[in-house]
Design a protein around this ligand. Structure first.
Ligand code: AMP
Ligand code: GLY
Length: 430
């Protein structure tokens, strides 16, 4: 038997379970640090935290891993890739300098301008007082107020009035970091991700995330309550436009700015009447956007990531995707996105996993005396795959119905926006 590749996946969410699951399907031996109760089913969990850069480097060296894949943004921004590269270890993901594309919104805007990439007009302020003056001097207009740094979705305030914008600035006033004020863009939000080696990109199918906590996009923002793929809001022509006007120029602008980007580039886009515009970049797979992608990818993820790390994406065949749709429904703990309950035993996981076309990816789970219990706010991403989007939704919720724990809940309308859009397009075509 040839030695199968050993891959270390860093993280403990649904995204990392999906990546580890796919890599295991591709024949890799997978280690996950620190992982969760689900990743333990597809590989070996090693108890090292994502912010323990020294510990992760040591593990990668001692376990002789062929490749490390970094899931979350925090260790990327903190320099995990740089530390691994210093030890001549192969790693998929951007360096700390390149990860500023997500870690600093001001840096992101600089890159967008350098690449002439469409985005919301903005102003940057070092001090809250200046931001306040700027808002007060303006006509009544919708604005978005953002903290510069990583804030796990909590540093962005989409405001309809000047009073709201002033309140947002007030809530950021104690911080040392710059404040950005942007024009508010209106339209449909979509996500497009690409794997890149810094020169060539491989664009993945477009998705839609569901950031609001409750049905009908009501309630506070979360890390994401569900996602579906592909989204009918982006057809092949629009995807080509996004690639040519947004993704490729961004990669080139990063290279020109001496922060070449290798890894996963995630563009959060607003489809405005003037065309797609960038809301934000992430420097890693989205969670839960990664889950539908992984179940739809027919080609080897391992080969793609390997090629990106080695700078030979140009030579890799275009990946093949199932001609199907996938829907990931996040099941959350009682209280999420606020303070949430923990340690609730989860029932029905095996029954759900037995349903054809259903994969249950774990996020906030852990093993306690052989029982799977909740340990995070977003607990599971139940992912259904089927030939059509309505069927994939049905599949996902069929899985959800098998699973229960005290206080567990989910949105009931994941993918509905896409299903409605498909109907609209079909009726227009009649
Ligand atoms: P960000 O962290 O920059 O992606 O912002 C989080 C969310 O805020 C986005 O997913 C959008 O829903 C919203 N948002 C950010 N910037 C804008 C903008 N310029 N116009 C409208 N909505 C925005
Ligand atoms: N689901 C949004 C994100 O991963 O950033």
């Amino acid at each position: 038997m040839p030695h199968s590749k050993r891959v270390l996946v860093v993280g403990s969410g649904g995204r990392e379970h999906a990546i580890a699951w796919k890599l295991a399907c591709d024949g890799a031996e997978v280690l996950i640090a620190p992982g969760n109760a689900g990743t333990a089913l597809v590989g070996e969990n090693i108890p090292i935290a994502v912010d323990d850069i020294e510990g992760l480097c040591k593990a990668a060296e001692e376990r002789q891993v062929d490749l490390t894949v970094v899931g979350p943004e925090a260790p990327l921004v903190a320099g995990l890739v740089d530390a691994l590269q210093k030890r001549k270890l192969r790693v998929f993901g951007p360096t700390a300098d390149a990860a500023r594309l997500e870690g600093s919104k001001a840096f992101c805007k600089k890159v967008l301008h350098r690449g002439d990439v469409p985005t919301a007009g903005h102003k940057e302020f070092r001090r809250a007082a200046e931001a306040r003056e700027y808002i007060e001097a303006r006509e009544e207009t919708p604005l978005v107020v953002k903290a510069d740094g990583l804030a796990a979705g909590k540093g962005v305030f989409v405001c309809s009035t000047k009073a709201e914008a002033l309140e947002a600035v007030e809530s950021l006033a104690g911080d040392e970091q710059p404040i950005l004020i942007e024009e508010r863009l209106d339209g449909v939000e979509v996500s497009v991700m690409a794997i890149t080696d810094g020169r060539t990109i491989v664009t993945l199918p477009p998705l839609q995330d569901h950031k609001a906590a409750y049905d009908g996009d009501e309630g506070p923002n979360t890390g994401g309550m569900g996602a579906y793929c592909p989204t009918p809001f982006v057809d092949a022509a629009l995807l080509a436009e996004i690639e040519e006007q947004i993704l490729v120029p961004t990669i080139h602008a990063m290279k020109r700015g001496r922060t070449p980007f290798q890894g996963l580039l995630y563009a959060g886009l607003m489809l405005t009447p003037q065309g797609p515009k960038v809301l934000e970049f992430n420097v890693r797979f989205g969670d839960p956007e990664c889950q539908p992608l992984m179940v739809l990818l027919k080609s080897s993820l391992l080969e793609l990531l390997d090629a990106a790390v080695d700078g030979r994406l140009e030579d890799v065949a275009t990946p093949e995707w199932k001609d199907e749709a996938a829907v990931a429904v996040v099941m959350a703990a009682e209280g999420y996105p606020g303070a949430y309950a923990r340690d609730k035993p989860i029932r029905g996981l095996e029954d759900a996993a037995e349903i054809p076309g259903v994969e249950v990816f774990h996020a906030g789970t852990r093993l306690a005396d052989g029982d799977v219990v909740t340990s995070g706010g977003r607990v599971l991403a139940v992912t259904g795959t089927a030939p059509t989007l309505p069927q994939a939704k049905l599949q996902a919720y069929t899985g959800v119905r098998e699973i229960r724990w005290v206080g567990g809940w989910c949105r009931k309308d994941i993918a509905d926006k896409g299903i409605r859009r498909e109907r609209e397009l079909a009726s227009q075509g009649d």
